[in-house]
Write a protein that binds this ligand. Structure first.
Ligand SMILES: [Zn+2]
Length: 339
């Protein structure tokens, strides 16, 4: 006997009305983080280092090619450092090396497989260092054209792979924004509005950070979608910029800067910005062209030195958790944030 699957027009209308509620996973895509191995839930991110590097090649956008390094050599050097932080309970690393400075998503995927760490990579162009790392097309294309390249990486994958960016990385000089750097930030805003990717911009002082935030706001993007990378300045600068609602990235933590960073974290906490602080080392840096990748800086100062120091200074476990787990998950959760 044949079953008929035809339904009446009225049945169809009723089904359409109920369908979104009948499928509980209908809106599942709204809450996720993109790693080099695909989507994870924000709750799976765990303790995270939000600004680190595996490999950086400063030869310049016009000279860089992927055959300047060998995956096996890099893995041999870098994997022990990743296992070292995994043993300390770190679950994820945000790898901030942009295109044209050594972003290698296949290498990151291999390291993620071997270490068991979640690794995030990025899309975008880095204009800091006076545009040495910008490809020629960045000078001639419009913000819209640049953003469509970055959106394509989010939709289709990077460099012919299916590996997608988990955030946008841009970079600007430390003074007032030049025309081309303003364009990069407009392109980042347009990309955010299409993809919901968070914008991390190598910036430094508060002046260009505030200018970047102004551009984002003009295009309707909330400062909550912006990470002020390499945040530096006076306490006044921190308060003015923090009040916009942006993320404040204290990413230069090393054995030599523990006291200064601990003090800054306590100052920001006292002023109500604990939920906007992100911390990391900006370490790593396997350098192609140098013997055995040169001097590599490990990623352990936060676990081994900074967190015990913060506890000693009165930070509660819940506040450490806020810094290491909650803030990174909120910062890198994909979602369009409009003003
Ligand atoms: Zn960096």
């Amino acid at each position: 006997m044949q079953h008929s699957y035809r339904i009446s027009r009225n049945q169809f209308i009723r089904l359409c009305t109920f369908l979104p509620f009948a499928i509980p996973d209908f809106r599942v895509d709204e809450d996720f983080i993109l790693t080099v191995k695909g989507k994870i839930k924000p709750s799976e991110l765990g303790s995270t280092l939000i600004h680190e590097h595996v490999l950086v090649d400063f030869i310049g956008a016009d000279k860089i090619t992927a055959d300047r390094w060998n995956h096996d050599d890099v893995i041999k050097k870098v994997l022990p450092y990743l296992l070292e932080i995994k043993a300390r309970g770190i679950k994820s690393m945000v790898e901030c090396t942009p295109a044209y400075i050594g972003r290698d998503v296949k290498l990151l995927q291999k390291l993620s497989d071997l270490s068991g760490l979640n690794i995030l990579t990025n899309t975008g162009f880095y204009g800091a260092s006076d545009n040495k790392y910008l490809p020629a097309l960045a000078f001639t294309e419009t913000a819209e054209q640049l953003s469509s390249r970055w959106i394509a990486e989010f939709e289709n994958g990077i460099d012919g792979t299916s590996i997608k960016p988990g955030f946008i990385k841009t970079g600007v000089n430390s003074g007032p924004l030049s025309d081309i750097h303003q364009k990069l930030i407009r392109a980042a805003a347009l990309t955010h509005l299409k993809t919901g990717l968070t914008i991390c911009s190598h910036t430094g002082p508060a002046l260009p950070a505030l200018q970047e935030i102004e551009i984002l706001k003009t295009l309707g993007v909330s400062p909550a979608a912006f990470v002020w990378v390499h945040a530096s300045g006076s306490n006044d600068d921190f308060l003015t910029t923090g009040k916009t609602g942006c993320w404040i990235s204290l990413d230069g933590i090393s054995e030599g800067s523990l006291a200064k960073n601990a003090e800054l974290i306590l100052f920001l906490k006292k002023n109500g910005f604990l939920k906007q602080i992100l911390i990391s080392h900006d370490a790593g840096w396997y350098r192609p062209g140098e013997p055995n990748g040169g001097d590599f800086r490990g990623y352990t100062a936060i676990s081994d030195k900074l967190l015990p120091l913060l506890k000693e200074k009165g930070l509660k476990d819940s506040e450490i958790r806020q810094l290491m787990l909650v803030n990174p998950a909120n910062a890198f959760k994909i979602g369009i944030r409009k003003i």
